[in-house]
Write a protein that binds this ligand. Structure first.
Ligand SMILES: Cc1cc2nc3c(=O)[nH]c(=O)nc-3n(C[C@H](O)[C@H](O)[C@H](O)COP(=O)(O)OP(=O)(O)OC[C@H]3O[C@@H](n4cnc5c(N)ncnc54)[C@H](O)[C@@H]3O)c2cc1C
Length: 459
């Protein structure tokens, strides 16, 4: 008789695990059932801002593989609109509610992949269900927001609450959709994934395109009029809004896991070993936004909910379930985004992270350009490096600049991953031609600056 793998959560991590397991074991050997409470599998939440802005024409472009494809081509039994409500590890059984048809399904398992993602942080004031207030976690959220934006009378004023990368991307999307946008952020600057001095560059770019930045301001409530949103309430008074988008961050979705006794780590994410097994729980795997992982620079557990990790972790779980061998060795915290034409990249530790982890360090900022100064389209680029003192090991890097800026972070991520010092980095053989870089690439200039700064601290 075939073993059965149950997957809870049918997006990036869950379906990557299911697909990899299937590639290695056929249906006669391994039956795979995936429960997904939403309407879609393998969709790109990452693409939602570009769908809202109008750049991506329709929702279906964001679906990599639908349930029918999984059933017909992968022999994976996907049960959409089925929410798993309990996991019984002793009986090795899950209970799922059929959200459309009603009723309950019980299914036994030999292996289980827990891949429920993350849940948006929702303060008390955001829980009232006021019409015109949206999250952007799922394609259904995106469709609901678009429906609101395109109905009459058309909303004109948007307020985005939270200036993380999703808030910033949504601010741009709403602007491009034709609305005026206020971005409210309680920290000193938007984009808290970079240090405030780099965040200031992002804030300046947002202002330049017409987004009003209200930083250092906390939202304390919402006001409604005639059953729809009218304003967000702050200590500095109300900010009028016809639509509000919440981007207050996410936390691991672990309620079901915790109830089943799966171990949670200090970040609140599920603990796993390198093969994505849940320790002490034979046959139980976890992957994606619901787990915590190792930060390879600080050595500390972190919860960094990104699609890139979810896909890799799911793949690792699936390979192992399929009888292969794979590990997920942790992250260095690399991420990129853009605000209109301004690109932002970051990897490793920010200054406060490096201090909290106990490092001594120097920081440098190098101002340069993305192309040779004389080449058409040359635009400014700022590279910030954080290097350990006195040895010079790279601890973190941030880049803000115009085209070709963000993906330069990848070279720095590789240097970081391999524990390179800034001194070693000054000799890196990076590509050069005038359309792509000045003769000294901004990354090399920053590395040289860091070497200088280190030598000054030695004197
Ligand atoms: C607007 C936006 C932009 C983003 N941009 C980027 C980006 O540019 N780059 C990047 O790397 N990442 C980005 N991300 C993050 C990325 O989308 C997530 O990290 C990724 O989707 C995580 O995959 P996952 O499978 O772990 O979780 P999810 O994608 O959240 O999938 C979990 C699934 O589990 C289902 N589920 C939960 N509980 C149950 C249950 N009890 N029963 C059945 N089903 C359940 C959910 O419905 C969901 O479909 C973005 C996210 C958003 C919201």
């Amino acid at each position: 008789m075939a073993e059965r793998l149950i997957v809870v959560g049918g997006d990036a991590a869950g379906m990557a695990a299911a697909s990899q397991a299937r590639r290695r074991r056929d249906g006669a050997d391994l039956e795979i059932v995936a429960f997904e409470r939403g309407h879609f599998t393998s969709y790109s939440a990452c693409g939602i801002p570009y769908w809202i802005s109008g750049l991506v024409p329709d929702r279906d472009a964001l679906i990599a593989r639908g349930a029918v494809t999984f059933r017909e081509q992968f022999d994976i039994d996907v049960r959409l609109r089925h929410e798993v409500t309990a996991i019984d590890l002793d009986r090795r059984e899950v209970v799922a509610r059929d959200l459309d048809g009603g009723g309950e399904v019980r299914a036994g398992f030999d292996s289980l992949v827990y891949a429920t993602g993350a849940v948006p942080v929702q303060p008390e004031w955001a829980r009232g269900g006021i019409a015109g207030v949206f999250g952007v976690q799922t394609l259904d959220d995106g469709a609901a927001l678009l429906g609101w934006l395109d109905r009459e009378p058309r909303p004109r004023r948007a307020v985005v609450v939270g200036g993380g990368y999703i808030g910033v991307e949504m601010a741009e999307a709403l602007l491009q959709h034709g609305l005026s946008v206020d971005l409210v952020e309680q920290g000193a600057q938007p984009m808290s994934t970079v240090d405030p001095d780099m965040g200031e560059l992002v804030a300046a770019a947002l202002r330049k395109v017409g987004i009003s930045i209200r930083s250092g301001l906390t939202v304390t409530g919402l006001q409604e009029r005639d059953g729809r949103i009218a304003a967000v309430v702050t200590a500095e008074g109300p900010i009028p809004a016809d639509v509000v988008v919440l981007g207050l961050g996410v936390r691991p979705n672990t309620a079901l896991a915790a109830a089943a006794g799966l171990p949670l780590g200090p970040t609140g994410g599920i603990r796993t070993d390198l093969r994505m097994r849940v320790p002490g729980m034979p046959g139980v795997w976890a992957a994606g936004d619901c787990v915590e992982t190792l930060h390879r620079v600080s050595g500390l557990p972190v919860h960094i909910p990104l699609g890139t990790h979810a896909n890799k972790q799911g793949r690792v779980a699936g390979i192992n379930i399929g009888g292969g061998y794979a590990t997920f060795p942790g992250v260095v915290g690399t991420a990129v985004t853009k605000v209109c034409d301004l690109e932002v990249g970051r990897t490793g530790l920010r200054e406060p992270d490096a201090a909290a982890a106990g490092f001594e360090f120097v920081t440098v900022r190098a101002e340069s350009t993305n192309r040779a100064g004389y080449y058409p389209g040359a635009r400014p680029m700022t590279v910030k490096l954080i290097a350990e003192r006195p040895g010079g090991r790279l601890l973190g890097a941030q880049i803000v600049g115009w085209s070709e800026a963000a993906k330069r972070i990848d070279a720095l991520a590789v240097a970081l991953w391999n524990g390179m010092t800034v001194d070693e980095m000054t000799a890196l053989d990076l590509g050069y031609a005038p359309p792509f870089a000045p003769v000294w690439d901004p990354v090399l200039i920053a590395a040289r600056r860091a070497v200088d700064a280190l030598s000054r601290t030695e004197r």
